[in-house]
Design a protein around this ligand. Sequence first.
Ligand SMILES: Cc1ncc(COP(=O)(O)O)c(C=O)c1O
Length: 360
Amino acid sequence: MKSPDPRLLDRIREQVRAEKPYLVPGARRVPHKLNQNESPYDLPTPLKKELLAAFLEVPFNRYPEEQPSELVRALSRHTGHPGAGILVGNGSNELTHTLGLCFVQPGGHVVLPRPMFALFESVVRLFGGCVTAVAPLPTMAFDTDGLVAAIEARNPALTIVASPNNPTGLAMSAADIRRLANTTDGFLVVDEAYHEFNPQPSARDLLETHPNVIVLRTLSKAFGLAGLRIGYLMAHPDVVAEMLKARLPFMVNRLTDITGQTLLRHSDLIRERVASISASIRELVNDLEELPGVEVLPTDTNFVLFRCNQDAGMLLEKLADDGVLVRNMGGYPELRGYLRVNAGTPSENSAFLTALTRHL
Ligand SMILES: Cc1ncc(COP(=O)(O)O)c(C=O)c1O
């Protein structure tokens, strides 16, 4: 195949040329996959069979609705937020791109904490925005005073926090989120990908009083639907009405739409699973804390950061050789030396702890 002339590639926007593609590092095939904060639980087989029967009735030759109205209604019942204020996406990552399209101007400011789920910064850069990233406190907790100071200094159109945060695992208090919402004249996005595991209240209540707040959520974690891609955001209906002009139609395919609606009807199953994943992460943290030489960060999520007195990359390889995949967080300057592991089933946790103990 003929290679493109470099001058041709130079016609691609410089912000795109400067980025790196989003790739999950070290994706090895192993029996125990604890590196992407997924749910360890697939849907029960009878429920999958029910879905397959429903899929047989779906006309694959027909477009889905531009926006999935039944799924929006189900999410409205689930959250108590009006449907006109809900936007559903092909995973919350896709909605993050829509946020970039709607709120990031070339040269415009965006304030966010560090370390932060990397996609946000990447999207801001892709849309030509300028990121002001506020370093964490020595405990890795959010520096809320620092964020308030950055908002006052930059007057950003957009401020983004993930609470609980990936990669640190720590939540921001409801009072601090409110303080950010009160401080900024722009929009505040609160990514609540892990909110089902967080004992603190959701930022959802702020939507009643703060039209500048946008809450982003996903069905990839607690609901165990990472493979099907459903995310949603909640905002004031007037804000969603504007966002609808920018976002692509047909982003939720018919099969995903049906699966999302079905799962939202099975709230008992989700509650049970959240309870067992929450118990699993508590046990995992306790067991890790008992290992000599292992330092563990507190967590409000289904994953935990830890470090030992050895090279994180080499330890990851040894664990992978023993069939357990975790994530090296060394790409974040503040988290050099840390590995991240998510709660698995009891047998996955014990495979991880056995392997780790062997290599300490
Ligand atoms: C903070 C945060 N937001 C969003 C996502 C991605 O969500 P989705 O699978 O809905 O795109 C993740 C996934 O790891 C995450 O950690």
